[in-house]
Ligand binder design. Structure first.
Ligand code: ZN
Length: 343
């Protein structure tokens, strides 16, 4: 047998391998080094032989098993020469079991809710998970945030009319199409956290587009915003399992691609959540942009109460998308108001 070949294991050894492997989270090569010595920061430092001795004291078996072990973090394999490995910390173990719960809620309960809501959107409250969503929103179990400062809106250029800033605000009651967080005709104010997100939100499916964009200042802080934005780094052990199930898996709150013309099932669950939040006294919702991995969007339920100040005039943008994989390399070119006046 050459040194790279992995030895055959008996059924008992295979069982031990499975148990030991499941506990290895990091190895010595995952750690940063200082003066040639590892500074152990990933995982709880553990003697590898001690870990295997819990299951067998046969030296022959231990050597064979080590040849099959690998580090799931960096990919280093064959731990024959490794004395120490890192096992998951207590915190990591707790996060793992939290995420297992999330997967169960997401896998089963949400499947039933989605089936019901697709068929009977207005009867979704019959579903137990939908009732849980209402209860958790009502009892403030989901994150809450507030907003103030610079935000952006964009709209397509539809004719030769020069728009003023008021026309870049949200359409009045009766005019809007059904959206992710508004019923058809319901006047809610959508704002994007940055210019690029605002532009991406309206440019899906277009390789080139002429559009207006406006920068606004929300002068007075608006509190009590339901925060459905999600990032893996923000998970804590106190996070609501239901919140993580709805947001961590993008196809719940951030469902995309299922709408067909006027039939918009992607928005059924989100509009239910919006109704819950509005009923429970929230002023709006913050959520991740589905068009752009980093930007955030906000929907505010009471536009008439928002002190929205336009910064300068609306500007014209010419969107020229390059290849999809090139889209982050400056896909936008702009014409400022001053340039426009000179044309
Ligand atoms: Zn490693």
């Amino acid at each position: 047998m050459d040194e790279f070949e992995k030895p055959n294991l008996s059924p008992k050894e295979k069982g031990i391998l499975k148990k030991v492997q499941s506990q290895i989270a990091y190895c010595v090569y995952c750690q940063p080094y200082d003066s040639g010595e590892p500074v152990w920061i990933f995982g709880d430092r553990t003697d590898l032989d001690d870990l295997i001795y819990n299951y067998t004291d046969s030296e022959k078996s231990i050597e064979k098993i080590k040849k099959h072990l690998y580090c799931p973090h960096c990919g280093h394999d064959d731990l024959t020469w490794d004395d120490e490995i890192g096992v998951k910390t207590d915190y990591e173990k707790k996060v793992d079991s939290l995420m297992e719960e999330v997967a169960i809620v997401h896998g089963n309960d949400l499947k039933y809710l989605k089936k019901l809501i697709d068929k009977n959107p207005l009867l979704v409250y019959k579903d137990p998970l939908a009732q849980d969503i209402f209860n958790e929103i009502e009892h403030k179990k989901f994150p809450i945030t507030k907003i103030k400062g610079k935000f952006y809106r964009a709209r397509k250029v539809e004719d030769s009319k020069i728009l003023d800033s008021d026309e870049l605000k949200c359409p009045p009651t009766g005019k809007s199409n059904e959206g992710r967080f508004n019923h058809a005709g319901q006047s809610h104010l959508y704002l994007a956290s940055d210019k690029e997100t605002a532009i991406r939100e309206i440019s899906e499916g277009h390789n080139s587009l002429l559009l207006w964009y406006q920068e606004f200042d929300v002068e007075k802080e608006i509190n009590n915003i339901l925060d459905l934005s999600y990032s893996f780094e923000n998970i804590s052990l106190s996070s609501s399992v239901l919140f993580l199930a709805l947001t961590e898996y993008n196809d719940a709150v951030y469902k995309n691609g299922g709408n067909l013309d006027n039939w918009k099932p992607d928005y059924f669950l989100t509009r239910y959540i919006m109704d819950c939040a509005k009923y429970c006294g929230y002023n709006g919702i913050k959520y991740n942009s589905t068009k752009d991995g980093v930007g955030h969007n906000f929907v505010l339920f009471y536009p008439e109460k928002v002190k929205l100040k336009a910064i300068d005039r609306p500007q014209i943008y010419i969107l020229m998308k390059k290849e999809d994989n090139d889209v982050f390399k400056s896909p936008f070119s702009s014409i400022s108001w001053d340039d426009l006046k000179d044309i």
